[in-house]
Design a protein. Structure first.
Ligand code: TSJ
Length: 643
């Protein structure tokens, strides 16, 4: 180096000092660069390296990436891209490969042939991984040579040298995270696999292989999706029932930015919107999501309007339009601005306009060309809107009632003595006479009784929203004490077991359907948290002399009657079909249906409630055809419904 001019040499030394300070800072405050030194920070190292290979794939030069956990928690990331440049960089007089690993913030964006779009969450790059690794080595296949360089805790310990010949190109990075820095160095294969699968979905056509070579936990997965984000949406919906077969795909670009969107509606209620900017997940949303949402709402309302599907003044809100929607939204842009608490929110406002115009144009066109799908989607949004309206009215009704009457408990409620909700139960009982027996038969220490409706509510004549405005449901809301709809607060629930007690006949099944639908739509957490039960009154009463027993199914009836007849088989056993709750005396009701020692309760699951809701929708709906179909199919259960 003695023949280098002294000024240049001086500059070289100065920049060297700066570099050392840079990586020193990373080791002093690793959290600043990778978030934390816990498990999440550890895995972040892998993403940081993989992001560089993904960038190469985005640039169109790489179609295969392998991520391997080797024994000893060593990570190896390999790609088949062009290979990190190895030529000498003018500013530093060092091989570009060395600069990438030793200069903070030097990403993959050097050289004229670099690419426009780049990931790298905080733009920290490979040097941070190097600084936080006990050792790190890189092999670059390029120009027919294999170049190697080695580092130890960020310091170079072997200059770049050629170690052999090759006929391919690519980069291979191996590193062992520094156990002095990290709380744990035990990699979770599943965490890496899920992250890599997401990347495979986001980069259509890219092959990703993940491997675990650690003893006794060997695994290997290959991931490759030609469909890209369409396949991502299909994957998310795999256990759901889509309401249209095809995933709708839209894309467009402008001024060096690109947007891709894939959507599909299913028959459920959840909305899943997964958004990405430069392949980085943005769970906090941002401008791309804002543009997407406003376009979807606009297009759906415009189509519904032009197809005359809206009543006068009716409008579909954004939430209505996204009920049951699964969407993946991926944008690429030159200078992503990540904001928010966890830097997971996209701030670039130009992206909102791009996504909004892509979705507006492409989705309208899709609707024009696929009117059947458009109608299905709009009908779904209309259902959501009408349920929302009904819920709002019901809430207002309850608020108004409470204001008028105070929050006094309903007069018909026979409350229990115990005050701890975890220990109490409420029986919601169909009919006054059954209500009377239940009040007499109960254990009033912990069982409350709320009789509903002297007579069966004439459900078939009432429209869905009127049911919820119906005064008959107000006592249920006040007795449970936890509010309704958006105001529902599970922590205020007055009884942890809510037991619906209704007959096994048509009227009983109406009440159950109605109550479950009501809970499902307006007190869903009640069902989700397993607080709702159906009492199971016995179906048969068996008598031999003074001996009385009950059976809950045909099989049980036969078994018990055989038992009661005894081995000689000549005794006479009277079997009667239970006529209904109202006809049992209080003692019988307690023994068969209410005594925790002997009763059978069926816990209502969300699936049960969804089923009830569907039955209800068909029964209450304004469409005659599906209702008739339903009734014909289920004639046994709804025989005395008059339509
Ligand atoms: F950054 C890194 F070292 F961590 C890393 C980089 C890790 C891995 C696994 C792969 C890579 C990487 C970098 N793969 N491919 C590249 N490509 C370049 O750096 C490259 C190659 C050629 C040109 C060119 O203009 O000719 C430009 C670039 C950025």
């Amino acid at each position: 180096m003695s023949d280098i001019n002294p000024i240049a040499s001086h500059e070289y030394d100065a920049s060297q000092i700066q570099i050392l300070e840079g990586l020193e800072a990373v080791r002093k405050r690793p959290g600043m660069y990778i978030g934390s030194t816990s498990e999440s920070g550890l895995h972040h190292l892998v993403y940081e390296i993989v992001d560089n290979a993904i960038d190469e794939a985005l640039a169109g030069y790489c179609n295969k990436i392998e991520v391997t956990i080797e024994p000893g928690d060593v990570i190896c990331v390999t790609d088949n891209g062009r290979g990190v440049p190895v030529d000498i960089q003018e500013q530093s007089g060092k091989p570009a490969l060395e600069v990438v690993y030793t200069v903070l913030h030097a990403g993959g964006k050097f050289g004229g042939g670099g690419y426009k779009v780049s990931g790298g969450l905080h733009g920290v790059g490979a040097s941070v991984v190097n600084a936080l690794s006990e050792w790190l080595e890189v092999n670059v296949h390029k120009n027919g040579n294999i170049y190697q360089i080695k580092f130890c805790r960020g310091d170079i310990i072997e200059d770049m040298t050629v170690i052999g010949k090759t006929d391919r190109t690519g980069t291979c990075v191996r590193f062992k995270p520094d156990s002095r820095i990290f709380d744990t160095t035990d990699f979770n294969y599943e965490t890496l696999r899920v992250r890599m699968r997401e990347q495979a979905f986001l980069n259509a056509g890219l092959h990703i292989v993940t491997q675990d070579l650690r003893p006794n936990r060997e695994r290997r997965d290959t991931m490759h999706y030609e469909g890209g984000i369409r396949a991502f949406v299909a994957y998310i919906n795999q256990n759901k029932t889509p309401i249209h077969d095809e995933v709708i795909y839209m894309s467009g670009e402008r001024n060096g930015s690109a947007a891709e969107v894939a959507i599909q509606y299913h028959d459920g209620y959840n909305e899943v919107l997964a958004s990405f900017a430069n392949n980085i997940h943005t769970p906090e949303g941002g401008m791309h999501e804002t543009g997407f949402k406003s376009a979807v709402t606009k297009v759906i309302n415009a189509y519904a309007q032009s197809a005359n599907m809206l009543k006068d003044g009716e409008k579909l809100t954004g939430d209505d339009c996204r009920e049951g929607l699964t969407a993946v939204l991926s944008v690429k842009l030159e200078e992503p601005q990540f904001e928010g608490q966890t830097k997971a929110k996209l701030g670039n406002s130009e992206i909102r306009t791009l996504v909004e115009s892509v979705v507006s144009e492409k989705l309208s066109t899709y609707f024009e060309e696929n009117p059947t799908v458009a109608r299905k989607i709009i009908e779904k949004a209309l259902m959501a809107a009408r349920a929302r309206e009904a819920a709002k009215k019901a809430r207002e009704n309850v608020r108004r009632k409470n204001a008028l009457e105070g929050s006094t408990l309903p007069g018909k409620l026979a409350d229990c003595n115990e005050r701890d909700p975890a220990l109490t139960e409420i029986y919601i009982v169909e009919g006054d006479s059954a209500g009377g027996s239940a009040k007499q038969g109960r254990d009033s220490r912990f069982q409350a009784i709320l009789p509903l409706w002297g007579k069966m509510l004439n459900v078939e004549k009432a429209r869905a929203d009127r049911i919820y405005n119906n005064d008959k449901l107000t006592p249920v809301i006040t007795a449970l004490g936890a509010g309704i709809g958006e105001d529902f607060d599970l922590s205020r629930l007055r009884y942890h077991k809510v037991i619906i007690m209704a007959d096994a006949d048509v009227d009983g099944s109406h009440i159950r359907t109605l109550l479950l639908t009501f809970f499902f739509r307006f007190m869903r957490p009640l069902i989700e948290n397993g607080h709702v039960y159906a009492a199971q009154p016995p179906l048969f009463k068996l008598e031999r002399g003074k001996q009385v027993r009950y059976a809950f199914s045909d099989e049980e009836r036969d078994r018990i009657s055989a038992e009661m007849r005894g081995p000689d088989g000549r005794a006479k056993v009277d079997i009667s079909r239970n006529k209904g709750l109202g006809e049992m005396d209080f003692h019988e009701l307690w023994e068969t249906t209410m005594n925790p020692e002997t009763r059978i309760l069926k816990r209502i699951t969300l699936t049960d409630a969804i089923q009830a809701d569907e039955i209800f929708t068909v029964l209450m709906g304004e469409k005659v055809e599906p209702r008739r179909e339903f009734i014909e199919k289920n004639a046994r259960y709804v025989e005395n419904l008059d339509i």
